[in-house]
Design a binder for this molecule. Structure first.
Ligand code: IVH
Length: 695
């Protein structure tokens, strides 16, 4: 076989394996076999780049070249959805639709995925462009980043032209794993949005985005006549379709039959079951592995869709039932610019006061210039404001443009606090002046904050008072300043001064990991600090020494710490200003060594490296089992490698087990594990027995 043929064959096989894994959730080959094929393809493609196929499965890892997301025109109208806020309103809409259509209709009920709207354009069967919604007519070409999503087919089994709409999202569990790395990002949707617009696709590849596809647009004459058929065809072409689909038709039997014939998972129902169904999906919302913000009801018959047509904003054949995610409409009166403790600039919309989720909202974050550009937001626009999982409201969408001729807002080039020229770093602008008054205030307030040193009486207002009275300029000044000199200042009583003093004194008892988290080092939030301490950095000196040696490995040895995070931490710890701050805090008597918590468990797993696969009766989620390992001195890892010593196997464990067997890793069943940690049934019953004796 010549090289070209071998490259072709490997590509085909790997494409199928990737599809099976990322779309169907199955693993026809072991990880080892997969890696061997992948490595061979990478080697051959490096030697013969001329034979690399445009849909090569190696091209999902992204590149380091930056991209500026050129604007492209959509060839389909990319509309939004009309909204209803109750199950009754949806039923009403269905009834009205049947009256309008003068006949019986069927409706598809889909989850409304809370992600980023994306259009995938295929030309002759190849992924040509992935484009954001933009303003519905023009969006940004983000193909390089979307290619990194393994469930997006790069080539279709047929050489057709097709546009596919889908929602790109980040599974909740992956957001949980990554949120320490992106502490300023509040929810999975925002991290997905940021990732889709990353300048380097190699960085986008580090965030495991996924997609559900829900609409397809074929060329004239080739289009299916029904939505169920659209989904069925999309599925056959290799797209990932959400299995949580329900079809509502005149009878349950008919609905089921149509889904079966289409080869789709999902539930068939009759109309009278709609209320019950919506209740059921609302109840299971929290346990879904991804976020949804409502349900979408769609007319299935394409001829009716055509007859109903569109408004400027939405199709008349679909409606979104929005869960009660607090949302309000208001006007942007102004945009102001905030300077954070790290110098990061955040534009903020000053709003006409509006009630939202039990409070009055007057301000909402606009994140950065890119976000403003995506929204195309100008002063005077009418916008929708939402409160998602986080408490800080955000501007979600521009609903109506202003009539004053204001163009999209642009952040001024200088710092509003100190006048320094701002610098662009990644997606954000920064004020480079570390003595900038707003940065100083932010830094000290962060240190005293509830999630850090928790100095309750020294909140942002108190910090402002201390800074304005020149008592503190940096964090360590809290430990040397003379609070008594505040006496006589209006509004500052004896009691306040005593409170300040005791807050400072108490903070000397905070454990080292809290001190570490309060320094405001990049990547080192409270969870990050705990990870470092547990990973061996149990004193400030160990951290400082590793940073001085530029010992990246000392950090990356800890499974949750990547190279990029290690570099950021090292650089921050070598910064002379940070070093001086740390030394002054040491002199003030803060805890610089972690005092180990009494751990009553015997360290029976010391020096062992455990991995887990499958599901368990007694450990749900299975991370609970790994907690037991860690408590007993073991380390937990997410994949089986040469360093793994034990694999805990539950029901349904697949490729990890094969890998472990090959590598001679000790395989431990749930029963054996329970026995090792002294929680097996016999012991449990013994405990109950002895308790029985006691009482
Ligand atoms: S259908 C013309 N189906 O919700 C077709 N949209 O608020 C309109 N979305 O822009 C879209 N899940 O980004 C449709 N199952 C689903 C969806 C869905 C999420 C998003 C989509 C849309 C937005 C409207």
């Amino acid at each position: 076989m010549d090289v070209k043929e071998r490259i072709d064959r490997l590509s085909e096989e790997l494409i199928e394996l990737q599809r099976a894994y990322y779309v169907d959730g199955s693993s026809p080959k072991s990880d080892l076999e997969y890696d061997a094929l992948f490595d061979e393809l990478v080697r051959l493609e490096t030697e013969h780049p001329e034979y690399m196929r445009p849909d090569s499965p190696t091209q999902r890892v992204g590149s380091d070249l930056t991209s500026d997301f050129p604007e492209v025109e959509h060839s389909i109208p990319v509309l939004s959805l009309d909204k209803a806020y109750s199950a009754e309103a949806v039923l009403d809409w269905m009834n009205r639709s049947e009256v309008k259509a003068e006949g019986k209709l069927s409706f598809a009920e889909e989850e409304k995925i809370d992600g980023i709207s994306m259009v995938l354009y295929y030309e002759d069967g190849l992924l040509a462009r992935a484009v954001t919604r933009g303003n519905g007519h023009i969006g940004n070409d983000v193909t390089a980043n979307i290619r990194t999503i393994h469930s997006v087919p790069l080539r279709l089994p047929e050489p057709i032209n097709l546009a596919v709409r889908g929602e790109v999202y980040l599974p909740k569990a992956d957001f949980e794993k990554l949120k320490d790395r992106y502490p300023q990002i509040a929810n999975p949707r925002n991290l997905a949005a940021g990732t889709v617009r990353r300048q380097k696709s190699s960085e986008a590849a580090e965030v495991p985005l996924d997609i559900f596809c829900y609409e397809g647009f074929w060329e004239e004459g080739a289009a299916p006549s029904d939505h169920i058929e659209i989904l069925s065809r999309l599925k056959k072409l290799g797209f990932r379709i959400n299995p949580h689909l329900a079809l509502f038709a005149s009878s349950e039997a008919e609905a089921r039959k149509r889904l079966d014939e289409a080869g789709l998972e999902g539930e068939g129902h009759s109309f009278d079951q709609l209320g019950e169904y919506l209740e059921k999906v609302t109840a299971r919302r929290a346990s879904l592995p991804y976020e949804i913000d409502g349900m979408v009801t769609k007319v299935c018959e394409m001829s009716v869709r055509e007859a109903f047509g569109y408004t400027e904003h939405h199709p008349r054949w679909a409606i979104a039932y929005k869960f009660e995610s607090p949302q309000a409409e208001t006007k942007v009166l102004d945009v102001t610019v905030q300077v954070g403790r790290t110098g990061r600039i955040t534009p903020v919309a000053e709003l006409k006061a509006v009630a939202l989720g039990g409070s009055t909202v007057k301000r909402a974050t606009l994140h950065n210039q890119e976000y403003i550009n995506t929204l195309e937001l100008a002063i005077g626009d009418t916008v929708s404001v939402v409160k998602r999982g986080d408490v800080i409201p955000a501007v979600e969408e521009v609903l109506e443009k202003n009539e004053d001729g204001n163009a999209t807002y642009v952040i001024p080039p200088t710092c509003p606090s100190c006048g320094s020229l701002l610098e662009q770093r990644g997606a954000h602008l920064f004020c480079p002046n570390r003595s900038c008054p707003d940065q100083v205030l932010g830094r000290i307030s962060f240190y005293t904050g509830r999630d850090q040193m928790d100095m309750e009486s020294i909140g942002p207002k108190a910090v402002q008072l201390l800074v304005e009275n020149k008592l503190v300029e940096d964090v360590p000044d809290l430990y040397t300043c003379n609070f008594d000199s505040l006496q006589g200042i209006k509004g500052v009583g004896e009691k306040t001064i005593e409170q300040f003093k005791s807050a400072v004194k108490e903070s000397l008892n905070r454990p080292f990991h809290t001190v570490l988290a309060s320094l405001g080092l990049p990547e080192v939030g409270s969870k990050g600090a705990e990870i470092l301490v547990r990973g061996g950095f149990d004193s400030m000196d160990k951290l400082l020494e590793a940073a001085e040696r530029n010992d990246i490995e000392a950090f990356t040895r800890i499974p949750q710490v990547g190279e990029q995070s290690a570099l950021l931490i090292i650089n921050a710890l070598k910064d002379p200003i940070m070093l001086e701050r740390i030394e002054r805090l040491r002199a003030a008597g803060l805890q610089f060594v972690e005092v180990r918590e009494e751990n009553s468990e015997k360290q029976i797993f010391q020096d062992q490296v455990w991995c887990v696969t499958g599901s368990f009766e007694n450990f749900n989620p299975r991370s609970l089992a790994m907690k037991e390992v860690e408590k007993r001195g073991g380390r937990s890892v997410s994949s089986v490698t040469g360093k793994t010593t034990h694999l805990l196997v539950g029901r349904g464990g697949g490729s990890k087990r094969t890998q472990a067997e090959k590598l001679g890793v000790t395989i431990v069943t749930e029963r054996e594990f329970l026995s090792l940690i002294g929680q097996n049934d016999e012991e449990k019953s013994e405990k109950t027995d002895s308790q029985g004796e006691l009482f």
